[in-house]
Write a protein that binds this ligand. Structure first.
Ligand code: ATP
Length: 426
């Protein structure tokens, strides 16, 4: 059986669906032969999300006679731990048997992928569950059924690409307190495990990024591609006491949310890879955000490196009109929020200088606004400045925002093994 769960937490009151997942694994362990936990990130642009739009699912091998007991344990946990008092929390749980899933494989696959790349209504999720007789419980308005069914679908169909995250949870008595981690031990854990782990720290911005700051139960999460290295790294971290930990298989760091698009086809709330030519040069606007415009044969669109992307903005500022780029990111208010950029063909950079006097060879002076140039000594004039062309200092290839600004689903460049030229942020 596959169990999918979503929408149990709250921005203010703490909790986290992944923590509920860890409790599920703990409490059903005596009744099942095995449980493989999955953490799925869905469309990062969904406005109802609490933080990272996560849902969890479990591939559970069990004796059919234990099914009802296991279902009851899961529902009891939701009823005990979900933050029902938050008007934005609408838990959902689905129980999908493998026999059921075989007959609806492609419908499930389509639903799961659309949950990552597009928007789904509560009615659509409920219809699907009803038509296919999939056991489920939707609390309050049942919105959590969307993520719960999408997550279960991914577990049945398998993830085309995946990574791991080991999450360590705090003891409930400490949730309200400031987290205690020995900084040095986190940096040490990172340096012994990178690049098989990533986004533990941000070297350029001198920040520990594997530990959140809110009232939720997560102490830290170590992401990576090798379970042994992740385990080892997490054991190096010295911290406050840990309540429990769970290694999830996840679609984080896979770019599953990204599809190719032209400018005209790109819609708000979805994430794309769009190729175009820089039409308007980068400008820094109030708040420190850097914006430029690209165009393709179908239209033009603004692209933004927002302030939280920190040093990445320095790269973006060097783009010039005519450069060919491919931007990766979500569209919000008709603007691409850049997660990665592939810098292709670069235009020569042109600078203008005052022309040289044809008589004495010295550089002329400006004769005033719009009045050309003049040599004071020889009285010669010119209206044409000297044009200098030089190759761009930029190097073509794929660049990424730093770990402090990375989206859960964004694929870190150190994961690229194909022919692309990549410039990891570290
Ligand atoms: P939690 O830890 O509780 O899962 P979160 O940040 O992951 O927190 P949720 O509280 O789950 O966010 O809120 C997201 C809500 O949006 C859920 O009810 C989920 O079912 C729903 N949802 C997820 N993906 C989509 C989608 N593509 N279209 C519409 N609704 C979605």
């Amino acid at each position: 059986m596959i169990i999918g769960i979503d929408d149990t937490d709250s921005k203010t009151a703490g909790m986290c669906t992944t923590y509920l997942g860890a409790l599920v694994v703990e409490r059903i362990s005596a009744l099942v032969q095995s449980t493989v936990p999955y953490l799925l990130r869905l469309n990062p642009n969904v406005r109802f999300k609490t933080r990272g739009n996560a849902a969890v699912a479990f591939d559970v091998v069990l004796d059919k006679r234990e099914m009802e007991k296991v279902k009851q344990i899961c529902c009891n946990l939701i009823e005990e731990f979900a933050v029902f008092s938050d008007r934005n929390t609408h838990p959902g749980i689905v129980f999908l048997t493998k026999e059921q899933a075989f007959g609806i494989r492609s419908r499930l696959e389509d639903f799961s992928l659309r949950a990552v790349r597009d928007f789904i209504t509560i009615a659509e999720a409920k219809n699907f569950l009803g038509e296919c007789h999939i056991a489920h419980v939707g609390y309050k308005n049942g919105r959590g059924l969307i993520g719960a069914l999408a997550a279960a679908g991914f577990v049945f169909n398998g993830l085309p690409d995946y990574t791991y995250e080991l999450i360590a949870y705090r003891k409930p008595g400490n949730w309200e307190k400031k987290r205690f981690l020995v900084d040095k031990s986190v940096w040490a854990a990172d340096s012994m495990s990178y690049p098989h782990t990533w986004d533990t720290v941000d070297c350029n911005n001198c920040r520990i990024v594997c530990s959140p700051h809110g009232p939720d139960p997560v102490l830290f999460g170590i992401r990576g591609d090798d379970v042994n290295v992740i385990e080892h790294a997490s054991n190096i971290i010295q911290s406050e006491p840990i309540e429990n930990r769970l290694m999830y298989i996840t679609n984080q760091g896979t770019d599953m949310h990204i599809t190719d698009s032209s400018v005209a086809e790109a819609r708000d709330g979805r994430s794309y890879r769009i190729k175009g030519m820089v039409e308007a040069p980068p400008q820094t606007i109030s708040g420190g955000h850097v914006i430029f415009t690209i165009k393709d044969s179908t239209g033009r669109i603004d692209c933004a490196a927002f302030e939280p992307t920190k040093n990445f903005r320095g790269l973006i500022k060097q783009l010039a009109v005519g450069d060919i780029v491919t931007v990766y990111g979500s569209i919000k208010n008709k603007t691409v929020n850049i997660e990665k950029i592939d810098i292709g063909q670069l235009q020569p950079r042109v600078t203008m200088r005052n022309p040289v006097c044809s008589a004495c060879g010295k550089r002329m002076k400006s004769a005033g606004m719009g009045q050309g140039y003049r040599c004071k000594k020889c009285k010669t004039t010119s209206s044409i400045p000297e044009r200098l062309e030089a190759a761009s200092q930029l190097v073509s290839g794929l660049y990424e925002t730093p770990p402090v600004a990375r989206r859960h689903l964004a694929k870190p460049l150190i994961r690229y093994t194909d022919e692309m030229v990549v410039h990891p942020s570290r």
